[in-house]
Design a protein around this ligand. Structure first.
Ligand code: DX5
Ligand code: ZN
Length: 227
C-alpha cells in the first residue's frame, strides 16, 4: 500500500490547521515535519513547539524528519510534543545505533535518512533495526527542488538490500515528488511519498493529493514502468 506524507514546509502557516485538515480529509497518511537547525542544513525551520500545534490539528501520525546535528538532544522533546515517527541522518549523530534505540525508547518508530550522496552501505548494519528508511531525492534544505533522477536506481538497490537482509523497513522518498514521477518512484520501491510543493503549492491541495494517490495506487510496488 502506498501512502502520502504531505510536508508542511510548503504549507501556508497563516492557516496551518486548515491546511492539515484538508490533506487529512483528502487521504494523507502522515504529516511530515521538516526540522532544520541551520547547521546540518542551510535553512532553519521548526522545532517541538510547532509539532505540539500540529498534534492538536490532526489525528494522523506525525513524521518528524530531523535534519539537525546531535539529534539525541531533541528526540525526547519531539516525542513529548507528539511525534510518532522520528528519522535522523547518520552524518548528524556519532552513534547511530544508540540514537535509533533512543527513538524506540521514547515510543516512536525509528527511521534513518540517506542524503543523495550518502551510500546505502552506510545503513547496511542497521537496516534490520529501523522501521523505515527515508531516501532523499534532493539535498536537504528546501522544498520545491528538482528530483534527482539517480534516486530511482538507489530506490531499487535499497529495496534489494532490504529484501536481502530480511528487514521489515519501509521505504519513504522525499524531495521533488509529485504526480509526474509518483508512478516511477512507486515502481522502484517507494512506499511512502513525501510531497511538499506538489501538494501545498498546488491550487487545490486536496485534488493534488488525491491525484498522486490515484497514480501511486494504480502503479503498485513491483509494477513495470518503462523509463
Ligand atoms: C527537504 C525536505 C522535504 C521537502 C519536500 O529538505 O526534507 O521534505 O519539504 O518538498 P518538495 O516535495 O517540494 O520537494
Ligand atoms: Zn523531509
Amino acid at each position: 500500500m502506498v501512502e502520502i506524507a504531505p510536508s508542511i514546509l510548503s504549507a501556508d502557516f497563516r492557516r496551518l490547521g486548515e491546511q492539515i485538515a484538508t490533506v487529512e480529509q483528502a487521504g494523507a497518511s502522515y504529516i511530515h515535519v521538516d526540522v532544520m537547525d541551520g547547521h546540518f542544513t542551510p535553512n532553519l525551520t521548526v522545532g517541538p513547539f510547532i509539532v505540539e500545534w500540529v498534534r492538536k490539528a490532526t489525528k494522523l501520525p506525525i513524521d518528524a524528519h530531523l535534519m539537525i546535528e546531535n539529534p539525541d538532544n531533541f528526540i525526547g522533546a519531539f516525542a513529548r510534543a507528539g511525534a510518532n515517527m522520528i528519522s535522523v541522518h547518520p552524518e548528524a549523530t556519532y552513534h547511530l545505533d544508540r540514537t535509533i534505540n533512543y527513538i524506540r525508547q521514547v515510543g516512536c518508530k525509528a527511521g534513518v535518512v540517506l542524503n543523495p550522496a550518502t551510500p546505502l552501505a552506510m545503513i547496511e548494519e542497521i537496516i534490520t533495526e529501523v522501521d523505515y528508511v527515508l531516501l532523499m531525492s534532493v539535498n536537504p534544505g528546501f522544498s520545491g527542488q528538482k528530483f534527482i533522477p539517480s534516486s530511482l536506481d538507489k530506490l531499487r538497490r535499497l529495496r534489494d538490500l532490504i529484501r536481502m537482509k530480511f528487514s521489515s523497513a519501509r521505504i519513504e522518498i522525499d524531495g521533488g515528488i509529485g504526480p509526474g514521477n509518483a508512478a516511477e518512484v512507486v515502481a522502484a520501491g517507494a512506499e511512502i511519498l513525501v510531497a511538499g510543493s506538489a501538494v501545498f503549492g498546488a491550487e487545490n491541495p486536496a485534488e493534488a493529493l488525491r491525484e498522486m494517490l490515484r497514480i501511486a495506487e494504480s502503479t503498485g510496488s513491483g509494477a513495470k514502468v518503462t523509463a
